[in-house]
Design a binder for this molecule. Structure first.
Ligand code: IPD
Length: 278
């Protein structure tokens, strides 16, 4: 069975309500806790009690509304229910920001009918009360107002939103070489610490490009749907392949996509030549 655009719009509306309630829970608890205790999951990777509480709430609510949809969530993995599609959930994208009190963390809920092709998504940032939403054929929105990617086509006019590979230090040298080249040829580079928000900032025309090595589907699924509906483009960092397979992403306003991808390929080629020589 194929889902219609109406089915997807309904999913988006339900996900929006759930994300807002999860976000309210996160900010209320954040204020009450003062210091936020956390556990270490891996290298530079932490989880809080509120990641789990937010995820449990979102999973239960989505399952109640759409019992046949599968659900993939950051902390608990995949639950299969018969599969009209799957939800992909990040209960707090930017957990480090949440713990430290930086105002850039988000609840991210994407929906895919076909694996790897997000067709609806919501990203909610509680501290700024920004709600980004989109579903196939219906456009992308920020707090109910339509958004579009920027029309800037000159690298010299571009701002990029990026995160370094802070959990995969083996990629740092190559990444920072790319960062340096982008930096010198564009206006500026920013990092807020939330990949989900970075994808939405490109969708809303606030930045032209987002690139990262070390992302996961739950960080970006919703953002991929949102930027697609806003007229943007996404691929692996080098312009070929899917971001989930390689855990890396290039997401742009479309006009500058090939420019970023070409630069990334150039740097990759130089680094692989150096590895061979060395
Ligand atoms: C992380 C943040 C970070 C990005 C990582 C994500 P998390 O999310 O979005 O900015 O660079 O790729 O994993 O781990 O806090 O959910």
């Amino acid at each position: 069975m194929t889902l219609t655009n109406d089915d997807l719009a309904k999913r988006c509306a339900v996900a929006e309500r759930i994300a807002r309630r999860a976000g309210e829970m996160l900010s209320t608890e954040r204020r009450a806790m003062g210091q936020v205790p956390f556990e270490v999951k891996g290298q530079n990777d932490i989880v809080t009690r509120m990641d789990r509480a937010s995820e449990d709430f979102i999973v239960a609510e989505l399952h109640r509304a759409f019992p046949e949809d599968d659900i993939l969530a950051e902390e608990d993995g995949l639950r299969r229910y018969g599969g009209l599609g799957r939800w992909i959930i990040d209960p707090i994208d930017g957990t480090e920001n949440y713990v430290r009190g930086f105002p850039h963390y988000a609840v991210s809920i994407g929906f895919e009918e076909e694996e790897g092709q997000p067709v609806a998504g919501v990203v909610y940032c509680p501290p700024t009360n920004e709600m980004f939403t989109a579903s196939r054929g219906r456009g992308a929105f920020l707090n109910g107002e339509p958004i579009r990617v920027s029309r800037r086509s000159e690298p010299a006019q571009a701002v990029s939103v990026v995160s370094p590979p802070f959990r995969m230090h083996e990629f740092a040298d190559e990444y920072y070489e790319l960062y340096k080249r982008v930096f010198y040829q564009t206006c500026d580079v920013r990092n807020t610490g939330s990949a989900a928000l970075h994808t939405c900032y490109v969708a809303a025309g606030m930045a032209e490009g987002h690139f990262e090595k070390g992302v996961h589907s739950f960080d970006i699924a919703a953002g991929l749907a949102i930027v697609t509906e806003a007229g943007g483009k996404w691929s692996s960092l080098y312009g070929e392949g899917h971001p989930y397979d390689r855990h890396e992403i290039l997401l742009t306003n479309g006009l500058l996509h090939e420019w970023y991808a070409r630069l990334a390929r150039e740097v990759r080629a130089e680094f692989s030549a150096r590895r061979k020589d060395g």
